[in-house]
Design a protein around this ligand. Structure first.
Ligand code: ADP
Ligand code: MG
Length: 151
């Protein structure tokens, strides 16, 4: 699988990277976000929201698990950190199959419920605010998306 990498040195850079990516997203796209606590998953999602022309402030849905925002199209923002077991079904499918973009923080925790094709994005903590952002497209749609984005 081809991986696409980017290094961000500050939160604003992570957000503008995500904003540019969001400009290419289509209804039904699913992004699986991985990375330790504080790696920047929610910061990345805030950038996506900007690119989707969402005006409301996006913050972590840790306690609610799913939050929905309206922009150029809906953004379904999930943080499944507190989902008790990987099979606990909170109706995720309806979001994945909905007409918005779904972003899942800690996606591997519900890996059995994820769609077979998605864009996996991992954030790695580095020194002095640096973050390595690695995009791993799974499926043709996401391979094309990454190619277009990284031209
Ligand atoms: P997560 O959702 O992965 O737990 P958050 O996005 O909530 O992470 O928090 C990331 C924290 O790290 C924020 O306080 C953000 O300002 C800070 N930060 C510092 N440098 C960066 C960077 N390059 N990219 C993203 N966040 C960064
Ligand atoms: Mg978060």
């Amino acid at each position: 699988m081809k991986l696409f990498e980017f290094t961000s040195n500050q939160p604003e850079e992570t957000m503008s990277f995500a904003k540019r990516l969001a400009e290419l997203l289509l209804p039904g796209d699913v992004i699986a976000l991985e990375g330790d606590l504080g790696a920047g998953k929610t910061t990345f999602t805030k950038g996506l929201a900007l690119g989707l022309e969402i005006k409301r402030n996006v913050n972590s849905p840790t306690f609610t698990i799913i939050k929905e925002y309206q922009g150029r199209m809906p953004l379904y923002h999930m943080d499944v950190y507190r989902v008790k077991d990987s099979f606990e079904d909170l109706g995720f499918d309806e979001y994945f199959e909905g007409n918005g973009v779904t972003v899942v923080e800690w996606a591997h925790l519900i890996k059995d419920q994820l769609p077979s094709e998605l864009l996996s994005i991992s954030l790695f903590l580095g020194e002095n605010g640096a973050r390595k952002i690695v995009l791993a497209p799974i499926g043709k749609r996401y391979e094309e998306l990454c190619k277009e984005f990284f031209i």
